[in-house]
Design a protein around this ligand. Structure first.
Ligand code: FES
Ligand code: FES
Length: 183
């Protein structure tokens, strides 16, 4: 499987902390940090994450939006990073697998470890991000809800993914109950 595709466009300049005065730059946040992108704004987000920022947890699979290996959250919603050009990301908040934990593991990450979901692992960052998005919209997902996640796993870990998403829903409730018990 190809992991570092060549993009015909000119590679972008390295990110800088702030270029708000540069009207052509795309200002966005990734994992809570500000970035300003002033390269070819047709470059897919996936290229920027992997080849420029070296956030390589997000994977390249098909490059055509079919496999979901490149799934990230954009403004909290799961999106295919291989299809999203940088020009579509102005003022938007991107979360990759590297930024999903917030002080503690995300419930989906914890459930993935408990259930020991991955086999080769290649699709798993995208699966976890897609599951996090589903749980936010559907706190008690059933098999049909989970089946609507279109991410592919060539190792066939779907039964464990289903189990882990249900476990993540429980963990989310356990944490809320624990927090409620403190107040
Ligand atoms: S790499 Fe397959 S959907 Fe993006
Ligand atoms: S764990 Fe191998 S592709 Fe999903």
């Amino acid at each position: 499987m190809q992991t570092t595709p060549a993009h015909p466009a000119k590679p972008p300049a390295a990110p800088t902390a702030s270029k708000a005065d540069d009207e052509k730059a795309v200002a966005l946040r990734i994992n809570g940090r500000p970035y300003s992108f002033d390269g070819d704004d047709t470059m897919p987000l996936l290229w920027y994450l992997r080849d420029v920022l070296r956030l390589t947890g997000t994977k390249f699979g098909c490059g055509i939006g079919a496999c979901g290996a490149c799934t990230v959250l954009v403004d909290g919603k799961a999106q295919r990073a291989c299809l999203m050009p940088m020009k579509a990301l102005a003022k938007r908040e991107v979360t990759t697998i590297e930024g999903l934990a917030n002080g503690e593991l995300h419930p989906v990450q914890q459930a993935w470890i408990e259930i020991d979901v991955p086999q080769c692992g290649y699709c798993q960052a995208g699966q976890i991000i897609a599951a996090a998005d589903l749980l936010k919209r559907t706190p008690n997902p059933n098999d049909d809800d989970i089946g609507r996640i279109s991410n592919l796993c060539r190792c066939g870990t779907y039964p464990r993914i289903r189990k882990a998403i249900k476990r993540a829903a429980e963990i989310t409730k356990e944490r809320a109950a624990h927090e409620g018990g403190k107040s």
